[in-house]
Ligand binder design. Sequence first.
Ligand code: GUN
Length: 305
Amino acid sequence: MLQNPSSWVNFATMQLLEGKVASAAIKEDLKNKVSALTSKGKKVPHLAAILVGNDPASETYVASKVKNCKEVGINSSLFKYESDITEEMLLEKITELNNDKEIDGILVQVPLPKHISEKKVILQIAPKKDVDGFHPLNIGNMVLGFPTFISATPFGILLLLQHYKIETSGKNVVIIGRSNNVGTPLSILLSRNNNEYGNATVTLCHSRTKDIQSIAQKANILIAAIGKPKFVTADMVKENAVVIDVGINRVKDETKKSGFALKGDVDFENVAPKCSYITPVPGGVGLMTIAALLMNTYKAAEFND
Ligand code: GUN
């Protein structure tokens, strides 16, 4: 619980970056765009999602992607495979979807079982249908600021900053975590001057970084994408910082019917009173990721027309 009365004063000025609000606005706009597209006689955008195995978190994410497509009028097809599907069969399915004119966007949910090479899967997806933005060609275009699909999580974070009009230019941004899908692309997007949300001075911290605490303390915008619950503690956060929590960790919780609670990488209760803005978990970045995927799927349909 919050004990310190001075914290309560700040708490009142802290604003939640609500993925629910920002993603609802994006989805409303997309819904109108999809209906405008189809009223011009164009086909309905169509996402193909591939899910391998029974990872409960992946099942939940993919189900949510399919549900959200429906909400904005985008068609989706879900292809589910047992975890023993061969790499060859999976690659063949991707080729089939690459050649299917009805399909605009393809995503293969990761992680994949160990016997399937994620790298081969990413390379197999036609870049023009790669709505996850994982293909090297799309990553290269992103780095250079050319038109492309930006991966859903970094794109969703930029959209969240945009929705709440949070300036990045000239700011110190510290990102904790250098994954291919989040930390690395985000460090590029926020530091470049070829998009609306660049021009920041970015420090990318990782497992070999010395004294993360003192680096994090200098951040105007602190982004945690490390996958460790409560990794970011109050002593790591500058007063009035903007804190973006990308973590979605399943933590044992006997009081929940499911047996677990979703917790971010940030010790929200103690960090929030110091912040100007902070994302909740759940209800923050996760919802933005889905909105970004929908935007990419719409864009794929426009491109592929
Ligand atoms: N697993 C976790 N996040 C993602 C994502 O953005 N795309 C895919 N394909 N798999 C994921």
